[in-house]
Each structure stands twice: as structure tokens, then as C-alpha cells.
Ligand binder design. Structure first.
Ligand code: GLC
Length: 653
């Protein structure tokens, strides 16, 4: 059947077919220019063949590295869909030196696959066999040096093989095998490396959120290059011109994932190039926009600086601009009256319809964390004063809002149970007009005497009472929850161990949506059936966030107990993405095996338990400025002091 005209028009407009890039995109903004150039030179097909055979004989995802586009004006990369009509200036490998401004020799050489040498860019190619052998040797040596006993000089810290724990050894091997290369440099890790799965979907991509535990694991081992490359390359992808049905994402948006494609050059069949192709959700199942990506990117950037001591990355002008773009997007005024970030369904780890649209806790906790991290990293200049002021105000309002209105324990539940409704006034107690009948019967039974948690979401006349693990844990890590609340959250996990940890840590949320609720809220999603996947499945990757939270609250023994539970099964079960059933007994129905963030999450948890102080690269604390502003807000809280008179907003930090 031929395509209808309107459909064809839409495809053209939506970027489904190659389209022209607007010439001045970003380019007027001088501090967005990427301050380095590529030295570019084509490679022969012979070289490509060599690399392909290398690829098939090695588990490391070393993609062929034959070039990148350089946009004349702005220096950003552009996706294949839009790049075709750009003038190709030249073509060659972009080495990590050029990204970093630091020579490979100065840093972790072991990571660095020197494609120029391998491919003999400057001279004639050696025979394919010799090169293939050298590649394999080199790869093997790299892996050995990364996992060998004793000291190897691969980074600022020594990379010791655990030795004592064969599961950890296996995890390191798998993590190294998941590394994705772009032009010879490691730039991320593939989401899953499952040889048993016939349907890859987008699990062969580098997901921003999935890379965070990989990145932290590498940082903790002193392997900094891959993290730096990831940070700088994803920055290149920020707000790429992608559209869906005539509409583009806002400036500042980071992609959910990206893929390295090797494509033939249009004008020369015998040459290929590598391109980074991001997905902002325009190809993702359900077309969900990844709100969490930019927030995680900021959190990782701070962790990189704190761990490596290399602050030059966060100080770069393009990185500062990237931070500001994310902040501007997150701090923009909308129709909303709440300080929380308003998002659509599935904007984070839970990336399909699960009824978390509005102000889901996971996003709000990451938002708070990213604001604090950005505040630490932003270089003060005349242009950023307004932004920093807006950021400070939002931090205070956000923490007040979440601590006050999302908090739930037995006392608060009883208060809600007795709420009066339809209060029209400035000093209503039941501000969001919550009808007590909404309190689900499971909760009355479930709420422990000791402990509490932050609810999943809050909207007019609606409280989502489900317990969401990541949101609660990251509220502890970031200090969005108060100290007492943070302890209470861990108390609750302890009290509800059999539900939340059970046979595999950690439930993504509790409880599952069932029956009609499942039908209405998930749209009868067969992947999200009760106690599976996002609908209260158990996700081993959450172990690392749990460990950081436990360490922050000085309760590492809880984390160690959970890690021990996971350690019994993860390797035996081939590192699944998630587990099903109330107790997490079964490997998930559609779960991938060799899921990278399950592997990395386990490693990070182990590393942090061995060296708890290292968790500081992820932890943030409220400073005295914020604390003062917060107490000022509490005293003007209309719930405590009724009446509009008291609602002054003097807390401009
Ligand atoms: C699933 C998860 C998402 C993850 C992706 C890749 O879609 O829901 O959080 O990023 O897989 O692993």
C-alpha cells in the first residue's frame, strides 16, 4: 500500500527521513561550540574488514572507528537522519585525547584502544592476520591488566582483582565485555549483552541511566577515561535536532540512549564512518521522554570530579553550558503551582505507563540531587546569577514540599484518615483535597509502627501511596528527606524486608497494581502484569542505590545483608534484568540476561561496602544556607501559622 500524502509529509517533518538541519541551531551561542577539531582522514575498506573480523572474534564491543562529522559552525555531531546534507569536512577517528584535551599517555592507557596504531592510519596496512592477532592480544592484555592480581598502572588507583570472590571476578569480566567504543575510545556500556535473546529491541544501546552504575564502578576502580568520554559525548548529543510528528524536545534534554552506527559514506562506497545516534524517546516504546537522563548526567559529572580530582571537565565552557541548559529546562515556569517537576508517564527508570505521571518521587529526588550537584559545580559569572538564585529558591521549596506533603507514617496516615475535605481557604489542612476513602486497605495493614516513607506521587485529590524504592533511596542519598525521615525509610525497609528484599533485592515498587487497576493504569500491559517488571518486579540494579543510602545513614550492615541475598543467585541466574513474583523467586518473564546495570549495581555495592567513604562522591548534604532558608520556610508554613499574612517569601538565598 502506498503511503498517504499526509503520512509522507509527517514523516518528512518528523525526521523519519533525512532532513535539513537548520543552519543556526545552537550556533549563535558561542559557548556551545565544542572547542576542538578532528583530524580527519578516510580509511580503506580493507581496514573495515579487519575490524569487523576483530569484532566477531572479541566479546568487547569495539566498533569500527572511521570518522565523524564535524559541523562547520558549531562543532556538534548530528545524527544520520539529519547529517546527510551537511557538508562533510573530513573524516577520521576522533580520539579521546581530542575530546579530553589530555593525551592518552597521561591517563589510563589500558582502556585506550589506539585505533590509529591498529589501523595504521598513516601508512600501509599490515596483513589482516597480523593486525587481528595484535588486536586480540591487546584486548586480552587490557582485560588482564584491568583484572589481574596486584597493581597495574591503569589509573590513579590500582585495579586489584577481587580474587576472593569469583562472582565479582565474573562481574568485572562481563562489565568489560559490555564496553562500547566510538572511534576507538570507550564511551559507555551496552544495556544488555544477552546471547540468548533473539529480540534485541534497544538493549544494544548505551542508556544514560543504565551507565550510571557502570560509570561509578569504573570511577571506584580509578578508570576515569570511559566516564569522561561518556560525559563529553553525551553532552554532544544534548538537544540534538530530533522531532516527533513536527515537534522537537526542549533544549537541554539529554537522550535516553544512543547507539554507535557504522555507515558507508554517501559519496564513497568504499569508506565508512561512525556516527552516534541518540534516541530522545522518538523511537522508544511508548515514545517516552527521558527526564531523568540530564539529571543523572549532572550527578555523574560531580561524582567524576570528586573521585578523579579532575575538575577540568566540569569547568569546561561547553560542560558549564550543558549544565545550564538542563537547569533552564528544569527551572522554567509552567502552569504548575508546585515546586516539583511536572512530567508525563514513564519519564525515568519506569519507562512505560505505570501511573507515575505528574510529580513522581523518583524524578523529584533526582531533580533535587541534580540541583545540589549543579550548585556545587556552576562557575559563578554574571550570566548565571539569576539561574543560581532560581536554583536556590527551588531547592528550598522542593525540599519543603516533599518533606511536608509526601511524607507518610502511621501518625500522618491517621491524620489523613480523619481529613476534612472541600476546604476552600488559604490555610486548609487538607490542601490537596485528599478523600480519606483513597487510603488503600493494603496500606492500613502494611504500615509499620516504626518507620515511614515518601509516597510515590501527589496531585490534586490524589496520593499515590505505593512505595517506590529508587525515589525513597535517592531522597536519602541526596538529603531531600530529613535525617529522621531517612532513618525512618531504612526502618521501613527493615520492617518490610520480606516484601521489599525477599529472595532478590529490590522491589522497584510495592505493591503491584492488580485487576481493574492494572487494566486502567497500565493499559493492560502484558509486560507489566502484577509482580513483574515495573509493576513490583525485583531489580538487582537497585542494590547500589540501597547501599549508598545505607552507608550514608551509617547502617551498612543492612546493605551487606541484601548484597549477600543477591550474591547467591545473580551469577547462577546469569545476571537478569529483573525478577518476578511477590518474593522475587523467578527470573522475570521477559527479563534480559547479562543485563549490564545488574552486573554493575552488584559491583558498586560490593566496592562501597568494602570502602564506605567512597560513597561520598554520590552523597549530598544540606548546607547551612539551605537549612536556614528551610527553617524560615517552616516558620512561615501556613499549616502551622494560618493566614495569608504569614505567607511572605523572604528566603532568597
Ligand atoms: C528498560 C527499563 C529502563 C532501562 C532500559 C534499558 O526499558 O525500564 O529503565 O533503562 O530497559 O536497560
Amino acid at each position: 500500500m502506498s503511503m498517504g500524502t499526509s503520512e509522507a509529509v509527517l514523516q518528512v517533518l518528523s525526521g523519519a527521513v533525512p532532513r535539513r538541519l537548520s543552519g543556526d541551531m545552537y550556533l549563535s551561542n558561542s559557548d556551545l561550540a565544542f572547542p576542538f577539531k578532528f583530524h580527519i582522514k578516510p580509511l580503506k575498506r580493507k581496514a573495515l574488514k579487519h575490524i569487523q573480523s576483530f569484532k566477531s572474534s572479541s566479546a568487547i564491543k569495539c566498533q569500527c572507528q572511521i570518522g565523524s562529522y564535524w559541523n562547520k559552525g558549531g562543532g556538534r555531531f548530528y545524527g544520520k537522519a539529519v547529517v546527510d546534507r551537511l557538508k562533510l569536512v573530513s573524516c577520521n577517528c576522533q580520539h579521546s585525547e581530542s575530546v579530553n584535551g589530555i593525551t592518552a599517555g597521561e591517563k589510563n592507557g589500558a582502556w585506550y584502544v589506539d585505533s590509529a596504531k591498529k589501523l595504521n592510519l598513516n601508512g600501509a596496512m599490515d596483513t589482516q592476520n597480523i593486525l587481528e592477532f595484535e588486536d586480540l592480544q591487546k584486548t586480552k592484555k587490557e582485560k588482564e591488566s584491568l583484572t589481574s592480581n596486584g597493581a597495574t598502572d591503569t589509573g590513579t588507583t590500582k585495579f586489584h582483582k577481587a580474587g576472593v570472590d569469583p562472582i565479582e571476578d565474573e562481574a568485572w569480566d562481563l562489565l568489560l565485555d559490555s564496553v562500547v567504543y566510538y572511534c576507538g575510545s570507550p564511551v559507555g556500556t551496552i544495556a544488555a549483552n544477552d546471547p540468548t535473546s533473539s529480540n534485541v529491541l534497544n538493549y544494544d544501546q548505551v542508556f544514560i541511566r543504565d551507565f550510571i552504575p557502570s560509570g561509578i564502578a569504573f570511577l571506584l576502580k580509578g578508570e576515569y577515561d570511559v566516564v569522561r568520554n561518556f560525559i563529553l559525548h553525551t553532552l554532544q548529543l544534548q538537544s540534538w535536532e530530533k522531532t516527533m510528528d513536527c515537534y522537537s524536545p526542549g533544549q537541554g534534554l539529554m537522550p535516553a540512549s544512543f547507539k554507535v552506527h557504522t555507515v558507508p559514506l554517501d559519496d564513497n562506497e568504499s569508506m565508512t564512518e561512525e556516527v552516534l545516534d541518540p534516541d530522545f524517546g522518538e523511537a522508544a516504546i511508548g515514545r517516552v521522554a527521558p527526564v531523568d537522563s540530564g539529571l543523572w548526567w549532572i550527578i555523574l559529572l560531580r561524582a567524576y570530579g570528586k573521585c578523579s580530582g579532575d575538575l577540568s571537565v566540569q569547568e569546561r565552557i561547553d560542560v558549564q553550558t550543558g549544565i545550564k541548559m538542563i537547569l533552564r529546562q528544569c527551572l522554567a515556569d509552567g502552569f504548575d503551582m508546585f515546586p516539583t517537576l511536572l512530567v508525563t508517564d514513564g519519564p525515568c527508570m519506569i519507562d512505560r505507563r505505570m501511573g507515575i505521571h505528574g510529580h513522581p518521587l523518583e524524578i523529584e529526588a533526582l531533580y533535587y540531587s541534580a540541583l545540589l550537584c549543579a550548585r556545587e559545580m556552576l562557575a559563578p559569572d554574571d550570566g548565571s546569577n539569576d539561574l543560581i538564585r532560581a536554583l536556590n529558591n527551588r531547592l528550598v521549596a522542593l525540599s519543603f514540599h516533599i518533606r511536608e506533603y509526601y511524607w507518610l507514617d502511621l501518625r500522618k496516615l491517621n491524620e489523613i484518615y480523619r481529613y476534612k475535605t472541600e476546604e476552600y481557604s488559604y490555610d486548609a489542612v487538607n490542601k490537596f483535597n485528599i478523600y480519606p476513602d483513597q487510603i488503600p486497605s493494603w496500606l492500613v495493614e502494611w504500615m509499620p509502627n516504626k518507620g515511614g516513607y515518601l509516597i510515590g506521587n501527589l496531585q490534586p485529590a490524589h496520593m499515590d501511596f505505593r512505595f517506590f524504592s529508587l525515589g525513597n533511596l535517592w531522597s536519602v542519598v541526596s538529603g531531600l528527606a530529613t535525617k529522621d525521615q531517612s532513618h525512618a525509610i531504612l526502618d521501613l525497609v527493615e520492617a518490610k524486608w520480606a516484601d521489599l528484599v525477599a529472595d532478590m533485592p529490590l522491589k522497584i515498587c510495592y505493591p503491584a497494581l492488580e485487576g481493574q487497576e492494572w487494566q486502567i493504569i497500565t493499559g493492560s500491559d502484558p509486560k507489566n502484569t502484577p509482580w513483574s517488571y515495573h509493576n513490583a518486579g525485583s531489580w538487582p540494579t537497585l542494590l547500589w542505590q540501597f547501599t549508598v543510602a545505607c552507608i550514608k545513614m551509617n547502617r551498612p550492615e543492612m546493605a551487606a545483608k541484601a548484597v549477600a541475598v543477591a550474591g547467591k543467585r545473580l551469577s547462577r541466574d546469569k545476571w537478569p534484568e529483573y525478577y518476578d513474583t511477590k518474593k522475587g523467586k523467578f527470573i522475570g518473564k521477559q527479563s534480559r540476561l547479562f543485563q549490564t546495570w545488574s552486573i554493575a549495581g552488584y559491583l558498586v555495592a560490593k566496592l562501597l561496602i568494602a570502602k564506605p567513604t567512597a560513597a561520598n562522591i554520590l552523597i549530598t548534604e544540606e548546607d547551612s544556607e539551605l537549612m536556614n532558608a528551610f527553617s524560615c520556610m517552616i516558620t512561615t508554613n501556613p499549616r502551622r501559622k494560618r493566614g495569608r499574612r504569614n505567607l511572605k517569601q523572604p528566603y532568597l538565598v
